[in-house]
Design a protein around this ligand. Structure first.
Ligand code: PFF
Length: 454
């Protein structure tokens, strides 16, 4: 098949190496997309809620059996179509309808970014508070968190993280996305290891480690399995067009199978190490690991305040979170940027400036809905922020995953050639995409959208 780097509308305009990833740059950028707030902010508390070590095992199984095949499917579509998450599907199938489905994932990426940026902003604020020691002047961390949300500071930080994201993307794929991931990911690994050693050397850390690693299968339920699968999707950045968009910048010679494996291992290793930080820390200081989204911003500050050199470790922890969030935000913003460049022929600069500002504005109600400034932003028992998270994570994401799965499993005949797998792997991949993944993803969708209940 002819490489469309030169002829595809997205790249024809640019037509140079700046819009391509190097092999290692691509893997780091994709790991950067996968590793994010999800691993530290969502994963520990759902693990706490749905069965500890047994849940972690389910997560690993879902990641391997369903997550990786769908990840490979997204990469294959991206590289085969060499366009954005909508045009790649159209180009490969010759049907506009598939492009319409792809467009939903682009909208999803844009909306997810709008509220993801709010949480990313919190991490920068908490890093500052921690390094300056101000975090530990307080004793009631729940109150501190709600006072913070009642102020304008979340909006300020949300703006800053959006600017940072735009600043990276405006430089293009090679000089921006790849270069920054090459700096941030090693930084992230170092921080992760330092914090891991700190957490594991706390006195009494063993109990937390045991909770995380000794499975109690009686705690598992069908619900745990669906939550684990949904999280595997979120964690690998599937269903939002991000991996498809990155795939469009990958060289033809790159082995997509090996890349998939590397990204999966990277994400899993990060989740594992995150667990080794969070569970010992929460157990040692007698905190609840299952207390929900507040775990990181309410429970952990209490732990850091009691820990020797807590200001430094707390600060490093929130910087780690900020790095992880930023590399995911970069992949999310690139999805709509690639779309408008291709659809309207706009320059990268103009597209990035416009979408960065627009996404900040769209995120404002999310940021404001968590304080008491705008009570009307809470309706149906959920804040605007929670609604956005609910719709994107529980509806758009599994639907997006389903679209790619069905597209590669049934609609696109050239998938096997583009993926370049050996016969055995190809058979396994197709089997998962045709028969296993669609059923499981559909179940996740029915469950997480509230149609199926237990
Ligand atoms: N994988 C990211 C995380 O775990 O935080 C979140 C994410 C990024 C989801 C990009 C979807 C996406 F397209």
């Amino acid at each position: 098949m002819k490489d469309q780097f030169q002829s595809g509308p997205l790249h024809g305009k640019v037509n140079n190496k700046e819009e391509r990833f190097s092999s290692s740059g691509f893997i780091l950028a994709a790991i950067g997309s996968a590793v994010g707030l999800g691993n530290m902010w969502k994963f520990p508390y759902i693990t706490g809620q749905y069965g500890g070590a047994a849940f972690f095992m389910l997560f690993v199984i879902c990641l391997l059996l369903v997550g990786l095949p769908v990840l490979l499917a997204e990469l294959t579509v991206g590289r085969g179509g060499r366009g954005n998450a909508s045009t790649s599907l159209i180009r490969l199938s010759g049907r506009k309808l598939w492009g319409g489905f792809g467009f939903i994932t682009i909208l999803g990426a844009f909306v997810i970014l709008s509220f993801y940026a709010v949480v990313a902003g919190w991490t920068l604020h908490y890093a500052m508070l921690s390094f300056t020691g101000k975090l530990f002047e307080h004793k009631d961390y729940a109150l501190l968190f709600s006072n913070f949300n009642a102020s304008w500071m979340p909006v300020f930080w949300q703006f800053i993280v959006m600017l940072l994201t735009g600043f990276v993307i405006i430089r293009g794929v090679s000089a921006g996305i790849e270069k920054f991931n090459k700096i941030l990911i090693p930084g992230l690994v170092i921080l992760l290891l330092v914090l891991c050693v700190r957490a594991l050397s706390l006195e009494g850390a063993g109990e937390g480690v045991a909770f995380f690693l000794k499975p109690d299968f009686s705690k598992l339920s069908a619900e745990s399995a669906l939550v684990a699968l949904g999280h595997a999707f979120f964690s690998l950045s599937l269903g939002m067009g991000a991996i498809m968009t990155y795939g469009a910048y990958v060289d033809k010679r790159q082995s997509l199978g090996l890349a998939t494996l590397a990204i999966g291992i990277g994400d899993l290793a990060y989740a594992f190490l995150a667990g080794l930080i969070i569970f010992p820390t929460t157990f040692v200081y007698g905190l609840e690991a299952s207390q929900g989204p507040g775990l990181v911003f309410v429970a952990l500050p209490a732990a850091f305040s009691a820990m020797p050199l807590g200001a430094i470790f707390g600060g490093l922890f929130f910087v780690l979170l900020a790095f992880a969030a930023l590399t995911s935000m970069i992949s999310l913003l690139e999805v709509p940027v690639a779309f408008v460049r291709e659809a309207f022929g706009w320059s990268r600069k103009f597209s990035v400036v416009l979408l960065t500002l627009l996404c900040f504005l769209v995120g404002l109600p999310s940021a404001l809905s968590l304080g008491d400034k705008a009570p009307w932003l809470t309706f149906g028992g959920k804040s605007f922020f929670d609604w956005m998270d609910f719709v994107c994570s529980n509806i758009v994401l599994p639907l997006g995953g389903l679209v790619v799965t069905l597209f590669v499993g049934y609609a696109w005949k050239g998938a096997a050639e583009e993926a370049g797998l050996s016969t055995w792997w190809l058979r396994l991949w197709m089997f998962m995409l045709r028969y296993v993944a669609p059923i499981l993803v559909l179940l996740v969708f029915l469950y997480s959208s509230g149609i199926l209940t237990f």
